[in-house]
Design a protein around this ligand. Sequence first.
Ligand code: F0G
Length: 364
Amino acid sequence: MATQTRYTGLIERYRDRLPVAANTRLISLCEGRTPLIQLQNIPRLIGKDVDIYVKFEGLNPTGSFKDRGMTMAVTKAVEAGSQAIICASTGNTSASAAAYAVRAGIKAFVLIPDGKIALGKLAQTLMYGAQIIQINGNFDAGMQLVKQVADHAPVTIVNSINPFRIDGQKTAAFEIVDELGDAPDYHCLPVGNAGNITAYWKGYTEYATDSATHKAVTQKLPIMCGYQASGAAPFVQGKMIENPETVATAIRIGSPQSWDFAWNAQKESKGWFDACTDTEILHAQKMLSQYEGIFCEPASATSLAGLLKDLASGKIPEGSRIVCTLTGNGIKDADIAIAQCKDSHPVTIDASLDAVKKAILDSL
Ligand code: F0G
């Protein structure tokens, strides 16, 4: 029987491109190696000859791309002797930080906006046993507090201002190039705090650059397209926003921390930022579920919502190869999903063969 090496996570896989030593204790939940799924029905439906792939990051261990960054951030925190980590979060970072803290045997503190995170994310964070601190304020307020308290308490910040988060997350770009054989023409992402667009750009450029230790893997770089929710679109408005609002609570952010890095990604890649309305975001989320069988959370669908607009206008031409990152799993936000399907009524019937038969025949 052929022996296969067991997959043990992205740090092990990309160890030579990450800042870990041979004897570093790796804190991992086998994150990464997420599927790159080619869309089959949506391109036909919109009548465009394009190759669209989605990188489904909702299949990471805690259901979002944050796990890529968290395995690195927590590994480095533990290596440095830290006993506690802290983050502000719209939900996914808190779930991920909580899980990796358990794995490492350290404590996690998470600041979340009271009542403004999806229920599944709260449930995860509670189950992992993190210390949850709900604030009467939004993510941006939480982020400021986290930065201040880290100067006064022995806690390591694991938001994406921690450079190890970016290093972990850049591996998604490596995986895409390794799988497609090259970078795509366009890469579409939802943008909130802007860590992920920063990380992808770092990954793509590292793979396209000769260094002392590596020959370039590809010559090609993608055009980066960052999409925001219109009520929370500081990059589109060109300035920070006081009171961000969107149904996509994961990206309800007005003061992105990776502001300069994200602008750099946009400029160097000759890409752009654009905004999508909540209606467009929810429509894209539903399309992915109902035409492709892929259930992502609302914020994640912003990448497809933006792409659909840019394909319709011709800004992204036919013949292109495009990757959209779907950042989180739809199951995290069941409330929104059920609200989206309020017109599809489940039938309730007697538990009898006749009743089931009738229910089937009635809806054929
Ligand atoms: N999509 C999802 C599902 C997210 O949770 C986030 C960010 C983003 C997109 C945006 O990524 O911030 O790197 O630009 N969520 C953070 C959190 C803020 O706290 O979970 P970004």
